[in-house]
Ligand binder design. Structure first.
Ligand SMILES: Cc1cc2nc3c(=O)[nH]c(=O)nc-3n(C[C@H](O)[C@H](O)[C@H](O)COP(=O)(O)OP(=O)(O)OC[C@H]3O[C@@H](n4cnc5c(N)ncnc54)[C@H](O)[C@@H]3O)c2cc1C
Length: 374
């Protein structure tokens, strides 16, 4: 491309997004949510690519050592908004803090990232609407790159826009990977699902700045009052933090089948039970165990899929697991197309055998002869 055929787009320089990368951190009752660390990992790559800083805004009350932790995980500049009113997430006060912060910056950030969590999904559109900018939800990859726009009037004329945020996410049941570009303005916004991006290794020697923000509210911000918060205490290992997940599907035949999966899970440290949506919809197991498009995205070291057919909506939630072992009695089941190892057979024969083998190995007797499995 020569200089002559570049389109003289009016005020292209003001359209071309500049600035730092901003991550909006998420904490619940002073506990930093893992998605924030993942966003810092992704944000660090984008900021380095543009040779810009990675900012992080954290909002709450009594935040303790969270700001320091954000630096250890990759942030260059941490901004802290603390107030009693911010102890629990509420849309309007949190929106006020983010908008005031962004408007106070000498240069708005190039990119603003949030988690695709209940909070992020509520807050991100409010911010995008305020700044009349674009927002791509549930991204699985992020990148920075140029965009070439061919003139419809004269296709030899090409407008070149550098430093665009490529917000990449699966579309049409993951049959397509869409690269979505927002409007030519700051900030460009995206949310990513928990468990998708990779956090950096924490480095306690990393240097960064911490700035306390002065927060002010308007009477309108208090339209919603949180009278009480009732939290469900989940027992056991969180699905998104488990090293080993034993996933159960309709092939279990009934809710009782999960007892067998729990027994298998108990043979591994840091293990949890996952499930397909079909069995969650049937009420065999609560929603918090659901893996997939409308459930959780998980990335354990080992995923054992038991009686799960491997529908695309399930696959998108677990395909990045380190090792996938599928047990299914149908040799043509789609799950065998992407599992690393497959066992064709009945769960109720295979899993008791697996448990027996684990017990033999754990008791030092070594692997027993296997009869009747494939
Ligand atoms: C918008 C949308 C969103 C969705 N979101 C999700 C989601 O987040 N997560 C999700 O999981 N699904 C989701 N689904 C549903 C998805 O399309 C599938 O219907 C679902 O994943 C199927 O669940 P399953 O594999 O348990 O059941 P099935 O597809 O019925 O598979 C059961 C499998 O068990 C095997 N089997 C049966 N008996 C045995 C046995 N004794 N031993 C061994 N194998 C046996 C069968 O061969 C079969 O392969 C979504 C669907 C839609 C339309």
């Amino acid at each position: 491309m020569t200089e002559e055929n570049l389109i003289e787009t009016p005020d292209v320089s003001s359209f071309c997004p500049k600035g730092d990368v901003l991550v909006i951190a998420e904490q619940i009752l002073g506990e930093l949510q893992p998605v924030t660390l993942e966003l810092l990992g992704a944000g660090r790559i984008l900021a380095d690519k543009m040779e810009k800083n990675l900012k992080c805004l954290v909002i709450g009350h009594n935040l303790g050592d969270i700001p320091q932790k954000l630096i250890e995980y990759g942030a260059d500049e941490v901004y802290v908004a603390q107030d009693e009113q911010l102890a629990n997430y509420r849309t309007l006060p949190y929106r006020r803090v983010v908008v005031d912060f962004l408007e106070s910056l000498p240069e708005p950030p190039h990119t603003c990232l949030l988690g695709s969590t209940t909070t992020g999904r509520d807050l991100a559109p409010r911010i995008a609407a305020h700044f009349d900018t674009g927002l791509t939800a549930d991204c699985t990859e992020l990148d920075i790159g140029p965009y070439e726009h061919k003139s419809k009037v004269d296709p030899t004329k090409i407008g070149l826009y550098p430093n665009c945020l490529y917000a990449i996410r699966p579309s049409f049941g993951e049959s397509l990977k869409a690269r979505i570009l927002g409007p030519w303005k700051n900030p460009q916004m995206a949310t990513t699902r928990p468990g998708v991006m990779i956090p950096l290794k924490p480095d306690s020697k990393r240097k960064g700045t911490i700035t306390e923000l002065k927060v002010t509210f308007q009477p309108d911000d208090y339209r919603l009052i949180v009278a009480d918060t009732v939290r469900e205490i989940s027992k056991g290992v969180k699905l998104t933090e488990a090293d080993v997940i034993i996933g159960g599907g309709y092939g279990l035949g009934s809710a009782d089948g999960f007892d067998l999966l729990k027994e298998l899970a108990s043979k591994f440290e840091n293990s949890a039970i996952g499930a397909s949506r079909k069995v969650v919809d049937l009420g065999w197991i609560p929603y918090q165990h659901q893996v997939g498009q409308t459930g959780k995205t998980v990335r354990p070291k080992l995923y054992i899929a038991c009686g799960i057919s491997g529908a695309i909506q399930h696959r998108v939630g677990m395909s990045k697991s380190g090792l996938i072992i599928a047990i299914n009695k149908d040799a043509d089941s789609p799950i065998f197309k992407f599992a690393h190892h497959g066992i064709v057979g009945d769960i109720y024969q295979i899993i008791p055998e697996m448990i027996k083998q684990f017990e033999a190995v754990q008791s030092g007797q070594g692997v027993k002869e296997v009869v009747g499995s494939h």
